[in-house]
Ligand binder design. Structure first.
Ligand code: CO
Length: 457
């Protein structure tokens, strides 16, 4: 058994608000709720989810107020979760798991773009509304206080076809920016903006002959950037092949990568780069006239395979593949790439707004374990790293928070302590990575992906 197996174990029940046991001292100014999203249930009636990314979404909230810290959790009542509760069957294909059903029904569902709706990747705030997101186009709105599902958020059923999207929109002064992928003979990437209460409005398109798996983007005041690696799919095969969604993608390094630039003025272009696989952009910004785009890059897409539950929890002692921080500099129509650091970092967060110059990236890292276990603070100017880790503990995405006077910075991360079978909210000093406080809850928070901090009351 792997010591991180508990992090991939289905949660049996939702947790009503419960007090955390605090050790150390929390900053007085740190008030609000850390909301985490991630898979927490890999049983789907007669079907079993095969991949980490497929588990049913659960929201977890750690609320910090005058009286201390409390924790609660709730499954998202998305259409797929509700279907399994109702009749014990998965109705829609997931990332790497297909329901048990006939080939012809499967093809029919793909023709109407009816991929599943289980938004287990991220949460964002659009105006006053909180949304849970994944890579299929429907989001789910939830109540920030109770975590109750409010319903499917269908972008006001605007004119965009239901397509593939990203769970990593970028906000610019409250306006959400994201992209859609419409697979076809020529695949179209569309960058769009959406103000709170408004509808989506495209600002640029790019046509691709070799669509890549796209997970996130970065953005400056002038453009949105996509990394199209050669983990690619033939859209027609996606329709006709009898295999789950992601298993239609193939690693084809001979195609190289493209940095796709969707100009916010409507112009788009692409730059050829070496074949690398990317889940997460860190940031994009300008140094004078030079556009810098920082991403976490893998040598290939093997990590997608490594994150199947049978592979993760099997007898292998092969560590999960980790990416490196690379920078692409675009100037005078040419793109050049350099490695900024070989320190493993994933689920990256910065405390600056997207598009602004930055120096420090925070993330999870892997050192001794097979799976990500620690946290890292990486200084991109000096390529020096500071770490937090503890035996038997596995940390999730670190969320930076800066004090209202701008003088203090902390990192919030939900850590699973496999030695006692409980999770805790860890608060680190954002400069030194030393521990300020930890707050144990009598619950296991399975390994999730992304989250956000709601600082309002
Ligand atoms: Co992500």
């Amino acid at each position: 058994m792997q010591d991180f197996e508990l992090g991939f174990t289905s949660v049996a029940k939702e947790q009503e608000p419960i007090r955390a046991e605090i050790s150390g001292r929390l900053p007085d100014w740190l008030r609000g709720t850390l909301i985490r999203n991630g898979p927490a249930q890999w049983n789907a009636g007669v079907d079993r989810m095969r991949h980490w990314f497929d588990g049913f979404a659960m929201l977890h909230a750690f609320t910090l107020d005058e009286s201390g810290v409390s924790y609660r959790s709730r499954f998202l009542r998305g259409p797929d979760w509700c279907a399994v509760q109702a009749d014990g069957k998965l109705r829609h294909p997931q990332f790497a798991t297909d329901p048990c059903r006939s080939f012809f029904k499967k093809v029919a569902s793909l023709f109407v773009n009816e991929l599943g709706c289980n938004p287990n990747v991220n949460v964002v705030k659009l105006g006053k509304r909180w949304l849970a997101l994944t890579e299929t186009p429907l989001a789910i709105e939830f109540d920030r206080q109770t975590l109750q599902t409010l319903g499917v958020f269908d972008y006001d059923q605007d004119s965009f076809h239901r397509q593939i999207t990203s769970a990593h929109p970028v906000f610019d002064q409250g306006v959400m920016h994201n992209f859609l992928v419409q697979l076809g003979r020529e695949t179209r990437y569309t960058g769009y903006r959406m103000p709170p209460g408004g509808s989506r409005e495209a600002f640029a398109h790019y046509l691709s002959k070799t669509p890549g798996y796209l997970h996130s983007c970065s953005m400056t005041s002038r453009e949105m950037l996509l990394w199209e690696g050669p983990f690619t799919v033939n859209p027609l095969q996606l329709l006709w092949r009898n295999r789950p969604y992601i298993e239609n993608f193939r690693w084809r390094p001979e195609l190289g990568s493209r940095l796709v630039r969707l100009g916010r003025d409507g112009r788009s272009e692409a730059f050829e780069l070496p074949p690398l696989f990317v889940f997460h952009h860190v940031n994009a910004f300008y140094e004078g006239s030079c556009l810098c785009v920082d991403v976490l890059a893998y040598q290939d897409a093997r990590s997608v395979q490594q994150l199947y539950l049978d592979d993760l929890l099997g007898p292998s002692d092969e560590p999960v593949d980790t990416p490196e921080l690379i920078r692409v500099r675009v100037e005078k129509g040419k793109a050049q790439m350099e490695t900024l650091s070989k320190t493993p970092v994933e689920l990256p967060r910065i405390s600056e707004a997207q598009g602004q110059p930055y120096r420090v990236v925070y993330g999870i890292t892997r050192r001794e374990s097979r799976f990500y276990e620690g946290l890292v603070r990486l200084d991109t100017h000096t390529d020096t790293a500071q770490f937090w880790s503890e035996a038997g503990c596995f940390a999730g995405e670190p969320v930076p928070q800066v004090s209202p006077d701008g003088l203090e910075k902390v990192l919030l991360s939900v850590v699973l302590d496999s030695t006692c079978g409980q999770s805790f909210l860890l608060v680190l000093d954002g400069e030194t990575m030393s521990e300020r406080a930890r707050c144990y809850v009598p619950a296991v928070v399975p390994f999730g992906f992304h989250g956000g901090f709601a600082s309002e009351g």
